[in-house]
Write a protein that binds this ligand. Structure first.
Ligand SMILES: N[C@@H](CCC(=O)N[C@@H](CS)C(=O)NCC(=O)O)C(=O)O
Length: 224
């Protein structure tokens, strides 16, 4: 299996986390930004809009990060066991997607410094609601859908919460249940080694962004 993306976490990281969690061998091709314009016409043959990420699984090619995530979840045993579980995973996936969307909008906002504090307040409200939702619905402290069984929901939500750590220092930590859930995922067998390795991209996005394009603006896990 092969994933192609830029050398950042961005829209490919949850697919990588699933492959690492399940210890599935894969190749990651990091396209240098400077090669992209030359490469893009060729990518149009493989993806509708000539964008990344792209997954190649033998002769099967797939684009759109959410489609890649769902395909991998089904293939790697991280999907729901019933249609209710699937719907619930979708619900959490959309919620995680909202967090990522608001983080990305802030990261790319030229007024980043001016609007960061307001975004933190809004994010605090979102996390308060999420914390209550987690309390009401999670299987246990470390697994959202099924106790002892990771699903796409855990992967997407843990990554979304991790994304907020450098953006709003101390905010996720102020919700101990969510913080514990996120940390437990990043300590899971397979994930733990990967996120502490050089194989993981050091930045959340590309250097052109106003935030998250530098390693110090992106969360790094250290040995503990
Ligand atoms: N909905 C698509 C969006 C893909 C997308 O916007 N990819 C960006 C990188 S994050 C890209 O390829 N940009 C280069 C370009 O559009 O030329 C997905 O989730 O995969």
């Amino acid at each position: 299996m092969k994933l192609i993306y830029f050398g950042v976490r961005g829209r490919v990281e949850t697919a990588r986390l699933m492959l690492e969690l399940t210890k599935t061998p894969y190749e990651f091709e990091a396209v240098p930004l400077e090669s992209w314009l030359e490469m893009k016409p060729k990518m149009l043959e493989r993806t509708p809009l000539g964008q990344l990420p792209v997954l190649e699984d033998g002769a099967f090619t797939l684009c759109q990060s959410a489609a890649i995530n769902r395909y991998l979840a089904r293939k790697l045993g991280l999907a729901g066991a019933t249609i209710e579980e699937e719907a619930w995973i979708d619900e959490i996936a959309e919620t995680a997607g909202d967090l990522i969307f608001h983080a990305a909008m802030l990261n790319w906002n030229p007024q980043f410094a001016e609007v960061r504090a307001k975004n933190r307040e809004e994010m605090q409200t979102r996390l308060r609601n999420l914390d209550n939702f987690f309390e009401r619905t999670a299987a246990n402290a470390e697994f959202w859908i099924a106790p002892g069984k990771y699903t796409l929901a855990d992967v997407l939500m843990a990554f979304a919460l991790e994304t907020l750590l450098p953006l709003h220092p101390g905010l996720v930590e102020s919700f101990p249940k969510l913080y514990h859930f996120m940390k437990a995922f990043f300590s899971a067998d397979g994930v733990r080694e990967y996120v502490r390795s050089d194989r993981r991209s050091k930045t959340w996005t590309i250097p052109n962004a106003f935030f998250a394009g530098k390693p110090e603006e992106t969360h790094q896990w250290t040995a503990d």
